[in-house]
Design a protein around this ligand. Structure first.
Ligand code: SF4
Length: 308
């Protein structure tokens, strides 16, 4: 049922920072030199999202684990409501480089963790995940650790298909030999022509035909391992996303491009623009729920008071 006061889309992508410890050439997050949102403002965003009974929030960036206040923010945003109803479902999209000890502070607050692997081939992976020579290895270690420790947290693996990894992308699951460490969902992304992705599009983007052929190879590999696969295509991107950016801007995707609507706090408080109607409800919902389905299991070990 729709909450009577709801003025926002059901699902929100919260990007409190652009800063990152990698420099992926296809990155479509905010520019890395954009100043980071203050903790006070991030908590104000969280308060509004909760008051509006937003159903799900994806933390991304930039690299969210670089935020000193991420644990406090996730705890505040995801806490159960006074009525006992669960808070918004939380997803963390991370490059996998945070120390495992730090991830143990964060993961208990999450419903899903989104991790990236671009290729089974270490060199191919490194040409796209620029800045840390062991990123591929670190993701695999983190995947194993989270799978082992937090059974109730879903894991999405993401792979962006480009010219640089088209040979090894479909073999990504081969890196995970133990079936118990496999992700719940593997999402294959077409490279988005936004921000750094726009700068490097010519060198990296596949043709539609090449992309669909690579998707087919990934699909077969996913079926072989019993992993759900979903595909992100630029042609269906518009209207699905509602971002809150580091500078407090509300951002949507329109005609395949980012459109900045204005300051989130001002737009929300004045009601000058219907932020809820700025996205297509069904597309916004389907995009989140098809990638991060609800599980017939406890929300998270932390929220349920259960230690696994
Ligand atoms: S894609 Fe993610 S990990 Fe890569 S530079 Fe952008 S924010 Fe960082």
């Amino acid at each position: 049922m729709t909450h009577p006061r709801r003025l926002l889309p059901d699902y929100v992508d919260f990007r409190p920072l652009g800063r990152c410890n990698l420099a992926c050439p296809f990155c479509y997050g905010p520019r890395h030199d954009m100043p980071t949102m203050s903790e006070d403002d991030a908590l104000r965003v969280a308060e509004i999202l909760r008051a509006e009974r937003v159903k799900g929030v994806v933390f991304s960036g930039g690299e969210p684990t670089l935020l000193p206040y991420l644990v406090r923010l996730a705890a505040a945003l995801g806490a159960p409501y006074e009525s006992g109803a669960p808070g918004p479902r939380l997803v963390l999209s991370t490059n996998g480089l945070a120390p495992v000890a730090r991830m143990h502070q964060i993961v208990p607050h999450l419903d899903w963790l989104a991790l990236p692997l671009e290729s089974a081939d270490a060199d191919e992976n490194a040409t796209l995940r620029i800045g840390h020579p062991r990123q591929q290895q670190r993701v695999l270690e983190l995947l194993k650790e989270v799978r082992r420790t937090y059974r109730a947290v879903g894991i999405k693996l993401g792979t962006v298909l480009t010219r640089q990894n088209v040979k090894g992308a479909h073999r990504v699951l081969e890196l995970i030999q133990d079936d118990s460490s496999l992700p719940d969902t593997w999402k294959i992304y077409e490279m988005s022509p936004t921000n750094y992705g726009a700068d490097n599009r010519e060198a990296l983007a596949l043709t539609t035909e090449e992309f669909e052929e690579a998707v087919e190879r990934c699909g077969k590999a996913a079926v072989d391992r019993g992993v759900e696969i979903c595909v992100y295509r630029n042609s269906t991107r518009s209207g699905k996303y509602f971002f809150v950016d580091p500078d407090g801007s509300a951002v949507i995707i329109e005609d395949g491009q980012e459109r900045r609507l204005g300051n989130f706090f001002e737009l929300h408080s004045t009601g000058a623009l219907s932020l809820r109607d700025a996205v297509a409800h069904e597309g916004n919902q389907h995009n989140f729920t098809s990638t991060y389905p609800t599980w017939p299991r406890t929300r998270s070990p932390f929220a349920a008071g259960e230690v696994l």
